[in-house]
Design a protein around this ligand. Structure first.
Ligand code: ATP
Length: 235
């Protein structure tokens, strides 16, 4: 579904991604693991067209999207849940959700998508007319994911959905991701919480200072001594 070939990205004159290649198949959940500053967010921002590649290509469903505008990339089915959630705290939950559905012209599809989001996140339905800033951090993350789902994503890009959350809320977010996976939504998950990310995903890539240093099935990587040492706090 998504194919990244020899992608490199620079900020000013500093290259932060060095000719990386990745693939995501339809229905797969792929994790991208790496330390702070490794370049994970840069990968997601480049896929969604917010940053431009220096070289290399990104193909989505066989189509070259490398130079496409971020608006057209969303319209083609790639929806990004950014780091730090970026919801509008002064707007109501309903208004935030509607922003995610702005490309949806078909009212009956929109209604069905809202129902789906409410069944995943009943709290959003209960608090529909409250300001989004009144939600807890974990609930705001649910809102950010719910908003993305209203965009009818074929591919969901998730940037550190557990960031800043308590262990209980983190578990809830991961169980939501598990439900989305069961529904067959294709996902690329960036996480610092490497253990949970490897447990839930099908495959993973390890990114170190802008290079993919390891890739494979998550169930293999979770046993890999180097991965254990570097990312899972073990030896
Ligand atoms: P984190 O887990 O801390 O969010 P990350 O793996 O997502 O890190 P990126 O945010 O992609 O890493 O950053 C990769 C590198 O690019 C870092 O060295 C970072 O300092 C640098 N960088 C990020 N944004 C910019 C920018 N706007 N201008 C210059 N350098 C940047």
């Amino acid at each position: 579904m998504l194919e990244i070939n020899k992608l490199s990205v620079k900020y000013d004159n500093i290259r932060v991604l060095h000719y990386i290649s990745m693939q995501i198949r339809k229905g797969e959940m792929v994790a991208l693991i790496g330390a702070n500053g490794a370049g994970k967010t840069t990968v997601l921002r480049t896929i969604s067209g917010l940053l431009k590649a220096e070289s290399g290509e990104i193909l989505f469903e066989g189509k070259d999207i490398t130079k496409m505008s971020s608006h057209n990339i969303v319209a083609s089915g790639i929806v990004h849940v950014p780091e730090g959630r970026q919801i509008f705290t002064k707007m109501t939950i309903e208004e935030n959700l509607k922003l995610g559905a702005y490309l949806q012209r078909d009212k009956s599809v929109m209604k069905r998508n809202f129902e789906k989001v409410f069944s995943l996140f009943p709290i959003l339905k209960q608090r529909l007319h409250q300001q989004a800033g009144t939600l807890s951090g974990g609930e705001q993350q649910m809102l950010a994911i719910g908003r993305a789902l209203l965009g009818n994503p074929k591919l969901l890009l998730l940037d550190e959905p557990s960031m800043g959350l308590s262990p209980i809320m983190t578990q809830q977010v991961f169980s939501v991701l598990e439900s989305l996976k069961k529904e067959g939504i294709t996902m690329l998950l960036v996480e610092q919480n490497a253990y949970e990310a490897l447990e839930i995903s099908d495959r993973a890539y390890i990114l170190e200072t802008g290079n993919i240093t390891l890739e494979g099935r998550s169930s293999d990587l979770i046993q890999d001594p180097n991965v254990k040492k570097a990312y899972l706090g073990g030896d």
